[in-house]
Design a protein around this ligand. Structure first.
Ligand code: DI6
Ligand code: FE
Length: 416
């Protein structure tokens, strides 16, 4: 590890600031965990360069990637279900037969907090190695008060400065209303009461959840049930989000928007009225091309309408054992373009500035003076290349909260 240094300087770089590419050549100065200066290289003063460590020239600097929708903590895996689907079984069909999400629930309940932590670390490591500096992690495979809190505790521990944690910021979301657990198989409303009256208050009391999510779908919960969850979240001062319009159109995104949701996610089946409601509320549209690909969806999200109404679009992995066992954020940049026809600029904004917005974070996801220094330096000439080619190994340097956590140029120097 290179020694920490208080002033870090990059020159003659191309910047993608979270929304757009800035005309090169630019310089970035990081000091005390923040972006102290962003200017043309030629505009640097002696005071800027004095005593600053030279971090190199060339390449592209983007904000650290923000993966705003993951289910990273889970027990077991669903490779068998993957094989079943290849033999023709459907995702909803498997779920209704007690497999799918519920098979992960069984494995997650059976695992201890330490076991879940150990299982999650390599997945989180993969995201971090691909440039992620902020990741949202949902619960939703416990479905009892104790097991949901266990999952959230694991997520919190992964990001806290202690042995076994990684240099990444973790935002947690309580997804108690993800699936109906078998104990409540003929009492959906009873389970929703448990979520509202016990899970949300307990997670809030322990400070374990930053937001509350629901799965609004025929195979999960109705809009009326989701609304009860949103009301309970509001009573505990928690922002909401929703898995909505993934397999059908129930109006879940518009409902979430009316409750001030940070984001509505998936939204392949979203209609114009839903897009309008999201625009009115400033709710981010989080598109999840990994789930679309894995489930071989054919209904495309309404990208053109989202653009027309000015709804910010985020892109995330949805990393989970069932519908998106894909732990590679930069792949999502490519898939968002190839499958959803986003432009490379939109895809990059989706994993930086708009991803941060989907989490309610204003201090990361963008490169601007005064913001937290969460940055990636890539061995490419133009930002577009990051979405164009799926090519691991291009992350030259990673800066988390002003500290270098990964530096290939240093490794090369050390080898000599
Ligand atoms: N939609 C999804 O894509 C994930 N959850 C959800 O509500 C899938 C979770 C899983 O299949 O395990
Ligand atoms: Fe999801």
């Amino acid at each position: 590890m290179p020694a920490p240094h208080s002033r870090l300087l990059w020159r003659d770089v191309t910047i993608f600031d979270g929304q757009q590419e800035l005309p090169a050549p630019m310089a970035v100065l990081v000091e005390n965990g923040h972006i102290a200066k962003l200017c043309r290289t030629g505009a640097l003063t002696a005071a800027d360069t004095d005593d600053a460590r030279d971090m190199g020239c060339g390449g592209v600097i983007t904000p650290g990637l923000v993966d705003c929708h993951t289910h990273l903590v889970f027990g077991g895996n669903r490779a068998d279900e993957f094989a079943l689907r290849l033999e023709g079984a459907g995702y909803a069909e498997i779920a209704q037969a007690g497999g799918g999400i519920l098979s992960t629930v069984r494995a997650t309940r059976a695992a201890s907090e330490d076991e879940l932590l150990a299982a999650t670390l390599p997945r989180l490591t993969a995201l971090v190695a691909d440039g992620v500096t902020t990741v949202e992690i949902k619960s939703g495979y416990g479905l009892t008060v104790a097991d949901e809190l266990k999952m959230l505790r694991v997520a919190r521990r992964l990001g806290q400065a202690q042995h076994g944690s990684l240099p990444v910021r973790i935002v947690t979301t309580l997804l108690g209303a993800h699936a109906l657990p078998p104990e409540y198989s003929d009492d959906k409303d009873g389970y929703i009461r448990l979520v509202c009256d016990e899970m949300i208050p307990a997670a809030a009391a322990e400070g374990l959840a930053d937001a509350v999510d629901v799965f609004c779908e025929g195979i999960a919960f109705s809009p009326a049930q989701c609304e009860r969850v949103f009301d309970a979240a509001a009573r505990h001062g928690l922002r909401v989000k929703a898995h909505a319009e993934q397999l059908s159109n129930l109006g879940g995104a518009a409902l979430a928007a009316r409750h001030g949701a940070l984001s509505a996610d998936h939204i392949e089946y979203l209609d114009e009225a839903g897009v309008h409601a999201m625009a009115e509320a400033g709710t981010v549209a989080t598109l999840l091309p990994g789930a679309y690909l894995t489930l071989r969806e054919t209904q495309l999200p309404p990208v053109e309408a989202l653009r027309r109404h000015g709804v910010p679009i985020a892109i995330a992995t949805d990393a989970n054992p069932g519908s998106s066992p894909l732990f590679m954020p930069t792949l999502m940049l490519n898939l968002a373009c190839s499958l959803f026809r986003l432009t490379p600029r939109e895809a990059l904004a989706g994993m930086t500035a708009n991803g941060a917005r989907a989490l309610g974070l204003a201090d990361t996801g963008r490169i601007a003076e005064g913001l937290r220094a969460d940055l990636c330096v890539w061995d490419v000439a133009r930002p577009t290349e990051l979405a164009y080619a799926v090519q691991p190994g291009r992350l030259r340097q990673r800066v988390f909260n002003g500290e270098i956590t990964h530096d290939r140029t240093q490794e090369r120097r050390d080898e000599r």
